[in-house]
Design a protein around this ligand. Structure first.
Ligand SMILES: Cc1cc2nc3c(=O)[nH]c(=O)nc-3n(C[C@H](O)[C@H](O)[C@H](O)COP(=O)(O)OP(=O)(O)OC[C@H]3O[C@@H](n4cnc5c(N)ncnc54)[C@H](O)[C@@H]3O)c2cc1C
Length: 378
């Protein structure tokens, strides 16, 4: 779990116009870490991570402890439940749920949307690359925009103009077979490579990071060619992407899983190899050799793989869901990847966003429910 160190760092990492709420991730990070520590036990010492600072912690244990605490306090968790019907009542919302062991009806004065974004919907992923194809999903299969759809039905505004997402470059055409592939296939080291389009032209500053390269590629047609040097390959194979993670030969994984890959003896050999992949006009960008040197070059055909969408349910500065007239929709709050506009053209942490916005939304929902209860019973 990590965050950038300051809001200045955030502005530099993500200058996008829709980056509106990312500051809470930075500002609330100490609270995030302290709170997580009450579930998972001590986190590791802080380490420099991904342009910011982070800790490792035990996610499955934390989730088990959260469930235990919630149920211990009188809460309920319905597993596999999905909302199938919704009603707006005078001072509450009514939900019909199906899919759990038994059907259920819930009446709630306050609701937090936290369904993890829209990316599991193939139409959403296709929309991120201009409808050209359906990029791979790099996350759970359930976050299909259920939260956004429900919020919209209850009057919320959705910002679908924010086409930013957190994701990574993947070898084209290779599907993850298990969550481990979300790591083995992600070409994190593209920040030290050269990323070009079908004609061989560069279109982004690769050093900004693989997550930014994935967004840049999505905006630029969706398919490209990633090249990196022998030195980068040895570095990537020799150490984990962040401290404490296993070192993985992602070129090897891509190749052995059937991706289009090649190793050229030097940059001058690239054009015919890549032309053979159907990139007939391919002519490597003139600065390719200057960036990669004259040694061996590793090449993979790449596409963006999507972990979570940045556009979704709009909230105001306080965290309450708003409608198209920018007015609060009473009792509705959003958190995590369901909440729009934490990021736009960059990224500053997903788990820290989930905790910071989730704790805020939870507190707001509790206050709203309590005040609504007081008003109704006055
Ligand atoms: C491989 C991988 C590695 C990552 N590594 C990191 C990392 O190191 N650090 C970091 O900060 N972030 C990381 N992230 C991102 C981070 O996991 C997410 O940003 C974060 O989990 C989002 O939290 P959330 O609560 O918004 O959504 P989620 O954690 O996705 O939770 C949403 C939940 O809602 C459920 N759901 C969806 N639709 C419905 C519906 N209609 N009805 C009921 N339930 C529904 C889903 O099943 C899911 O359980 C990683 C993500 C992936 C995939």
């Amino acid at each position: 779990v990590w965050a950038l160190r300051s809001t200045q760092d955030l502005a530099q990492e993500d200058p996008g116009e829709f980056q509106r709420h990312g500051h809470i991730v930075v500002e609330r990070y100490p609270d995030t870490i302290a709170w997580l520590g009450t579930f998972s036990g001590p986190l590791t010492d802080e380490v420099a991570s991904l342009g910011g600072r982070g800790h490792r912690f035990d996610i499955p244990l934390s989730i088990a402890q959260m469930a235990r605490r919630l149920i211990g306090l009188g809460g309920r968790i319905l597993v596999h439940a999905e909302v199938v019907e919704v009603a707006v009542n005078a001072a509450s919302y009514g939900f019909e749920l199906a899919g759990a062991r038994e059907a259920a009806s819930i009446s709630a004065r306050a609701v937090v949307f936290a369904s993890g974004g829209r990316q599991a919907d193939p139409a959403v992923r296709s929309g991120l690359v201009g409808g050209r194809f359906v990029p791979q999903l790099r996350g759970n299969i359930y976050s299909r925009g259920g939260g956004a759809n429900l919020a919209s039905a209850l009057g919320a505004s959705l910002n679908l103009e924010n086409k930013g997402f957190y994701g990574h470059l993947y070898p084209a055409g290779i599907e993850a077979l298990s969550p481990a592939d979300f790591i083995t296939l992600a070409l994190y080291h593209s920040s030290s490579g050269v990323l070009v389009d079908e004609s061989g032209a560069r279109f982004t500053d690769e050093t900004r990071g693989d997550h930014v390269n994935a967004m840049a590629l999505a905006e630029h047609g969706g398919r490209g060619v990633l090249m990196w040097s022998e030195e980068s390959q040895q570095k990537a194979v020799g150490a984990g992407f962040v401290p404490g993670l296993a070192a993985i030969d992602r070129f090897g994984f891509s190749k052995d899983r059937g991706a289009r890959v090649a190793v050229a003896a030097h940059p001058g050999e690239l054009a015919p190899i890549i032309a053979g992949w159907g990139y007939g006009q391919f002519c490597p960008a003139p600065d390719t050799s200057a960036i990669l040197g004259q040694g061996r070059v590793y090449v993979v055909e790449v596409v963006p793989a999507i972990t979570f969408t940045f556009g979704g349910i709009e909230v105001d500065d306080g965290g309450a869901v708003i409608n198209d007239d920018r007015q609060r929709v009473p009792g509705l709050f959003a958190a995590g990847a369901d909440m729009s506009d934490a990021y736009h053209k960059g990224y500053g942490g997903g788990l820290s966003l989930a905790v910071a916005s989730g704790r805020r939304a939870g507190r707001l929902a509790a206050e709203h429910a309590a005040s609504g209860y007081a008003a109704t019973h006055a």
